[in-house]
Design a protein around this ligand. Structure first.
Ligand code: UD1
Length: 339
């Protein structure tokens, strides 16, 4: 069975390609390489022994996208990762974010419809919940007004898939990720942030290895036990495995609704200081950090209620925070050797 993975050379995409191949799927990747490297295709092959198909296509280009689908009518399902994802940048460049994330999805769905390809798994985010009124947050929690154009593209994309499915054969599974971190155990693939990382874990590992001077912890006056913000961190390989389960579910016609929504997290919340402590424990490195101002747009705390994903998908995150931090550290060290 052939699966199209858009954004398949990216961080979560590459880990998902590996899991799909290791579960017997044939994978073809579409990526425009705007935030990833072609070498990732070689690295996937190093891990699995199988080279995925690769097409350098920008999904905002309608003709090229529909041409791809015309030539690949045998695709059984699509996993759509390809999107811009930097929250701060989206505030600076809203049109770029709306254009890229929305037109890509529209072109993709049109290509799918025209060729009778009906299964799509979509990369969404817990950002759609904003600061939830109740924790842990369930899939039934209300969608709050988005705090950034990036977050808004996730909300709009979910709606586009819902609306399209109600008038076509398209079925969707929307996966709302909490905070994916860590890397593959081989340290052959992982997160490759270009420039200064926005996210916590790459900033920690880059500081520890000497690329960054100091980590700024954004605020210690939140109403949390240690005052720092709380997130639900999930190992990227656990997350990748959930995509295989979702694709299986669609292909085997096990979906109970045209569009299903699942939270993907561990169900546990960790504060920024707890993440740092875990890192120091597994790496043996003392991290240089200090408390700085809160970051605009950050929410205080969020973690997932994972009951629905656990029971309905039959999937559960297995790795704990120490596993996640150790794999992130091993990856940073592997990168050092490549730099
Ligand atoms: C954000 C988005 C999420 C998006 C993800 C992708 C929101 C609410 N969340 O997650 O939707 O999918 O980025 O990039 O918009 N921190 C520090 N110092 C740092 C960096 C981070 O203290 O240098 C703290 C943050 O304040 C936060 C935690 O670490 O409490 C995690 O931050 P980050 O990794 O950037 O992820 P989110 O902001 O949770």
């Amino acid at each position: 069975m052939k699966i199209l993975v858009t954004g398949g050379t990216g961080y979560i995409g590459s880990h998902t390609v590996v899991e799909l191949q290791q579960n017997g799927y044939e994978v073809v990747i579409i990526d425009n390489l705007s935030n990833s490297y072609i070498e990732v295709v070689d690295n996937i092959e190093k891990i699995t022994g199988i080279r995925p198909g690769f097409h350098k296509i920008d999904l905002t280009e309608k003709e090229k996208t529909s041409d791809f689908f015309r030539k690949n009518k045998d695709i059984a399902g699509v996993i759509h990762f390809a999107a811009l994802k930097a929250v701060g940048e989206s505030v600076e460049k809203p049109l770029e974010y709306y254009h890229n994330n929305i037109s890509s999805l529209i072109n993709l769905l049109q290509g799918m419809k025209e060729n009778n390809i009906n299964n799509i798994v979509f990369s969404s985010s817990c950002t759609v919940y904003g600061q939830p009124d109740e924790l842990p947050v369930t899939e039934k929690a209300p969608i709050k007004k988005a705090l950034s154009p990036y977050g808004n593209t996730k909300q709009i994309s979910e709606q586009i898939i819902e609306n399209t499915s109600s008038v076509s054969n398209i079925r969707g599974i929307l996966l709302r990720y909490f905070n994916p971190i860590g890397a593959h155990k081989t340290a052959i693939i992982g997160e490759l942030p270009i420039g200064v990382p926005n996210n916590l874990v790459p900033f920690i590992t880059q500081t520890a290895i000497g690329i960054r001077e100091q980590l700024g912890v954004f605020g210690d006056d939140y109403t949390t036990p240690d005052g720092t913000a709380i997130r639900d961190y999930i190992h990227v390989v656990d997350l990748a495995k959930a995509h295989v389960v979702a694709i299986d579910r669609m292909i085997k016609n096990k979906c109970k609704k045209k569009v299903e929504i699942f939270n993907l997290g561990t169900g546990d919340g960790f504060s920024v200081l707890e993440v740092i402590k875990s890192f120091e424990k597994v790496s043996g490195v003392k991290l240089n950090y200090r408390i700085v101002e809160r970051r605009a747009g950050d929410i205080e705390k969020v973690w997932a209620n994972t009951t629905f994903a656990n029971e309905e998908l039959g999937w559960k995150a297995e790795k704990n925070i120490d596993d996640m931090m150790l794999s992130a550290w091993n990856w940073e060290n592997a990168l050092k050797d490549k730099r």
